[in-house]
Design a protein around this ligand. Structure first.
Ligand code: ATP
Length: 503
């Protein structure tokens, strides 16, 4: 596709606020086609609004470029961009009627016209005529389906109608791009659903580019041509709704979009993956023995009589969902969420299977916590901004520590390991988190969490470092937790030769 076919492009955009240490938007690359409906989707605080505000011109990128039809606009003030924004808080003028609210911007706007002065053609800035303003407002109100509401007081309108006025006010300027920041957030569920369809229709009628922000995955799936899934300032995946649902790029996306069962698995010979303690046939190509994440959508689980499927289990709970039942089936210690139109009693023994095409395998982001560290003079190891108790004798087979704190080899050679650089590995299930923040070495915040059938996987962040933690206890995103690691669970590998530390 030619460069000019993209109306807006973000290239390597990063944003850090003046008083913050961290970037809230990282390495953001996106190309938006003219007329596309693009949605930024992600949990609260992941950087959606900040990215939108940079496109609008209310914030400037710390690094990177924002191109409009190939021209960098990152330094251009908002009013010079052919872009308008609709916010969740509509910010309408309460004392004005619908017409005046929509016309407000047009009344103060000046446009260039060519006039003759002393026989010469000059450009003069003039206000729009009343007739033109009227025509434009009527057209905008028609698009949002409020033609009959021109003289109505804003305060007499419902939430949904007020939101439509806010949209009319934004589109009356005929922008090339409309930015919408959680525009339906203040509406009740029914109104929200109606407005989703209406917004989609408005997008079709207007033919302009929409960039939409939401944390509601269903809204994103219903409305968008393209979804940009974000987490923690990073783009996790860009794709069409169906592609994102059917082929999530990682466990975070799978967990965030739709309902899913996510398990840690291992690849076995003959196109099989081991999950739920059984081998399931699959179609994806992955290297043998690779540790993977596996996603099974509840609607893809086939329930049959015991012994007929791949693995047996027992129904633990049953909820009626309108067109189907939703079951939680216990397979050993693992929970499997399944949907079926069959009505089966709780405690019934069943079997489950999944067709190979519906077993979605993803590369695991991390299988271990790995850090670069160094040994302190007390034989501790410094990583993740803390000096941890560790066993340095693992760096030399058969060694011990003498009373002066030197490492002594089996050949009685002595080593001073102070400042020795090491690689540190800690298994995911060996990092412990607790609510007793005061009693722990390090504190961190839970940034992400994914449920994996019989345990949770958490991403815990302290100042600059991340811990990936697996355990069966429930915390919430945003919780502050203490982090501890037992001395024997810290695995060290020396960078370079131990000889350089010999005394
Ligand atoms: P939400 O859905 O809750 O609006 P979001 O995904 O839109 O979340 P942003 O509003 O972009 O997230 O915020 C991303 C991060 O940047 C948050 O940690 C937020 O606290 C921080 N942030 C936003 N604006 C500022 C600011 N002006 N100064 C400092 N930090 C900010």
């Amino acid at each position: 596709m030619e460069q000019q076919d993209y109306i807006i492009e973000l290239r390597n955009v990063r944003k850090k606020f003046d008083d913050a240490d961290d970037y809230v938007v990282e390495n953001f690359n996106l190309k938006v086609k003219k007329g596309e409906f693009v949605t930024f989707l992600g949990p609260s605080g992941c950087g959606k609004t900040t990215t939108l505000r940079m496109i609008a011109g209310f914030d400037t990128p710390t690094e990177g470029e924002i191109l409009l039809k190939g021209v960098d606009i990152s330094k251009l003030p908002p009013y010079k961009r052919p872009i308008n924004t609709v916010f969740q808080k509509y910010a309408l003028f309460p004392t004005m009627n619908v017409f005046d609210n929509v016309a407000f911007g047009l009344k103060i706007k000046k446009v260039p016209v060519k006039v003759k002065k002393n026989g010469q053609e000059v450009v003069k800035m003039v206000h729009l005529t009343k007739d033109i303003i009227k025509q434009k407002v009527q057209k905008a109100l028609e698009i949002v389906d409020l033609e009959q509401f021109e003289t109505r007081d804003i305060q007499t309108l419902s939430g949904g109608q007020q939101q439509r006025v806010a949209i009319a006010r934004a589109i009356v300027n005929e922008p090339e791009i409309l930015l919408l920041d959680e525009p339906l957030g203040a509406l009740d569920l029914k109104m929200r659903k109606e407005m989703q369809l209406e917004l989609k229709e408005m997008h079709r009628k207007l033919g302009i580019t929409f960039i939409y922000v939401t944390h509601d995955q269903e809204e994103a799936l219903t409305m968008s041509d393209t979804i940009v899934v974000m987490s923690d300032g990073f783009i996790q995946q860009i794709g069409e709704p169906k592609q994102i649902y059917d082929e999530p790029a990682n466990a975070f996306v799978a967990d965030f979009i739709g309902e899913s069962n996510i398990y840690s698995g291992t690849i076995f010979p003959d196109h099989k993956v081991k999950i739920l303690n059984k081998l399931f046939p699959m179609v994806d190509d992955f290297p043998l023995h690779e540790k993977v994440d596996v996603v099974l959508r509840p609607e893809d689980i086939i329930i049959s009589k015991p012994g007929e499927g791949t693995v047996d289990g027992v129904i633990k709970s049953k909820i009626f969902k309108g067109i189907h039942y939703q079951y939680v089936i216990m397979v050993g210690k693992n929970e499997v969420t399944a949907q079926s139109t069959l009505s089966l009693p709780v405690d019934e023994k069943v079997s489950i299977s999944i067709t190979p095409e519906n077993i979605h395998i993803m590369k695991r982001d991390a299988t271990i916590n790995a850090y670069d560290g160094y040994i302190t003079k007390n034989n501790k190891v410094c990583f993740a901004e803390y000096d941890w108790e560790c066993d340095v004798t693992q760096l030399l087979k058969g060694s011990s520590i003498d009373e002066d704190g030197y490492l002594v080899g089996p050949d009685h050679k002595k080593y001073d390991l102070t400042d020795a650089e090491v690689k540190v590995d800690v298994d995911l299930n060996k990092v412990m988190i607790s609510d007793n923040v005061d009693e722990c070495e390090v504190t961190g915040q839970i940034i992400q969490m994914v449920y994996k059938g019989d345990h949770y996987q958490y991403l815990v962040r302290n100042e600059n470092d991340d811990f990936i933690v697996e355990n069966e206890w429930t915390w919430n995103e945003g919780d502050i937790v203490g982090v501890t690691i037992n001395k024997e669970d810290i695995k060290l590998k020396l960078k370079g030769d131990i000889k350089q530390y010999e005394l």
